[in-house]
Design a protein around this ligand. Sequence first.
Ligand code: ADP
Ligand code: MG
Length: 270
Amino acid sequence: MMGGRVGAPHHQCETIPLRMSPTFGRTSTLLEIRGLAKRFGGVIAVDGLDLSVEAGEVRGLIGPNGSGKTTTINLVSALYRPDAGEIRLAGERIERLHPHEIAGRGVARTFQISKLFGNMTVLENVLVPALAELDRGARRAPGQIRERARRLLDLVLLDRLRDAPAKELSGGQSMLLQIARGLMLQPIRLFLMDEPFAGVHPTIKDTIMETILNANRDEGVTFLIVSHEMATLRRLASRVSVMHEGRLIAEGSFEAVANQPAVLEAYLGG
Ligand code: ADP
Ligand code: MG
């Protein structure tokens, strides 16, 4: 639906299986976090986190409130500087880069509380990443950028609202717009999402899910999705990573992690 013409080259997508099998040899690590730490005064939000995400994966990131999930997303997207540790994107160290440099390397994100430009139109909001791209020395023609924007707005069912000010959108529609805007990054490799389904109407939830699956399948976009909505996350991610007190305490299929005592204890506060 989104086509392979923009974004990751299509041939690349075909070599990346959706469900990683251990016997399928050629997987590569896209995101690699080692010993990551972040403290706020006396609070240690992230405490020696190790986390790896394979290229082409849709990974869930779960954990009780306050376990450091949002801080992790903020560290990877360079909103925060880590106190310790390394973050690698396709092998390159990125933990000292600035947010625009992270975006320039193909890392998009959504915020729980949307950071859209309320007085700009829906279409203008989607075009913002392309403006930043022009700043970096554009590779896409303006017509191509506009076509991509319209196609993405169509995909998230906002094209008919393209001339409306973004502030008129519902919470769920704002999330869809954030997602369309992220997918405008060229290239788009890794999409970080912080609670994209929270407080969103069920029909919009379905649109968000379809958009994620489309981008993953058609363009090979890798996702790291923080969510409390297990039923929804389960339909998207074959594997989840579980955080507790700033660390990774479990990882694997939903079934595998749900049976681990450390996970039960973390959620039950035992
Ligand atoms: P989660 O997203 O898993 O609920 P967070 O990463 O938001 O967890 O928070 C982890 C811990 O860090 C919490 O104790 C939270 O209060 C604290 N924290 C997060 N961000 C900040 C901040 N900007 N200033 C101070 N404390 C923070
Ligand atoms: Mg959070």
